[in-house]
Ligand binder design. Structure first.
Ligand code: NAD
Length: 339
């Protein structure tokens, strides 16, 4: 299909405007509408994009038969309702993370997209990050050996939200990456957190995700921290790797470090051999993750290709988030992730 994809973006606030920037300049798309119920936010975006129509009511977008796809970047509690309406009206949908706020709603959306045969893509941005792809290839190719565990930090001062906690706001990215790199979902989550700034809304969360084969992923998310860190460390039997998203040119470092138990022949005691080799900074092919993500959606629709972060993978992430949320309420108890 050579005609550009006609699309609308609903929710053009802090994050949505980044999507506007990319979709407005995408080669194979035509941005027809920007939609936001806040008139001032909408007007600011329209100034930068003359030729795009602005509307405050989402239904107006759905009433236009020219619109083939809808990008939803509204607040998380509205995702389910807006994505359902768009799919039911026969539109392809890109929805920001999290797909929904509970696994029943996420499962309904995944099922609906299959039923109506329309693409559903969740904005798990890091799954389109070239560094994450490179690390995935290292794991699949056996470069790290068997993976023992990983840990990540996504911390900063702000953005403090009032309608979701730090777990739902920040952890979807890390959970999505863990499920992608570990090729599956954890069996259980134990999460501890604290609400300091607003009652009932955790500002900081420490969560451990356990996998059936013993692999472990520990996630630390916070919007109440002096450091701006977005870092992932993965420890394998052969090598270890880090992904530092705040680094401009050295995002990935591969450490030829490891520890092995060997039988010492002298006294038959077990000895731990530590190996400390080179650190390699691999060249990661370029590409801005958000540009790659937006292009993936357009290509998936126009070329009828599978979506990497589809409804099922969005559901998988929501199930882990939900288990983490229950664990938070139960003081850190291990909560089984729904299958
Ligand atoms: N992928 C990422 O890295 C990333 C980063 C930040 C935020 N996000 C996600 O983007 C989404 C939006 O976050 P934000 O920080 O931009 O929030 P925001 O509050 O700045 O913007 C949301 C906008 O949606 C509008 N809106 C809400 N409901 C609407 C409706 N029914 N109809 C029309 N407009 C509506 C609001 O008026 C507002 O302008 C959230 O899901 C968030 O999780 C993703």
């Amino acid at each position: 299909m050579n005609e550009p994809l006609q699309l609308a973006i609903v929710g053009v606030g802090n994050w949505g405007r980044n999507l506007v920037r990319h979709f407005a300049h995408a080669r194979r798309a035509r941005l027809k509408y920007l939609c936001d119920r806040d008139g001032r936010t909408l007007a600011t975006q329209l100034e930068n994009h003359p030729g795009v129509q602005g509307v405050r009511d989402f239904q107006t977008v759905l009433d236009d038969p020219d619109v083939q796809a809808v990008v939803i970047a509204t607040d998380a509690p509205t995702h389910f309702e807006l994505a359902t309406a768009a799919l039911k009206s026969g539109r392809h949908v890109f929805v920001e993370k999290p797909l929904a706020l509970n696994s029943d709603d996420a499962a309904r959306l995944a099922a609906l997209s299959r039923e109506v045969n329309r693409k559903l893509m969740v904005g798990h941005l890091l799954e389109y990050h070239p560094a994450v792809e490179a690390i995935g290839a290292m794991i699949r190719g056996g470069e790290l050996g068997d993976v023992y565990y990983l840990y990540s930090q996504r911390i900063n001062l702000g953005v403090v939200r009032a309608n979701e906690n730090a777990w739902w706001s920040l952890a979807p990215h890390d959970v999505a990456v863990v499920c992608r790199l570990f090729d599956g979902a954890p069996v259980s989550v134990s999460a501890q957190g604290q609400c300091y700034l607003q009652a009932g809304i955790e500002d900081v969360v420490f969560a451990s995700l356990k996998f059936a084969d013993g692999r472990l992923a520990h996630l630390h998310v916070s919007w109440l921290d002096p450091h701006k860190i977005r870092k992932l460390t993965i420890v394998g039997t052969r090598k270890m790797v880090t992904f530092d998203d705040m680094s401009a040119n050295e995002k990935v470092r591969l450490y030829d470090k490891g520890a092995e138990i060997s039988q010492a022949m002298r006294d038959f005691a077990e000895v731990v051999n530590l190996r400390v080799g080179d650190i390699v900074i691999p060249r990661i092919p370029g590409g801005e993750p958000l540009a790659l993500e937006c292009r993936h959606f357009i290509d998936a629709v126009l070329d009828d290709k599978p979506v990497r972060t589809d409804g099922e993978s969005g559901l998988r992430v929501v199930r882990v988030l939900e288990a983490g949320q229950r664990s938070l309420r139960e003081g850190g108890a291990a909560v089984v992730v729904q299958r």
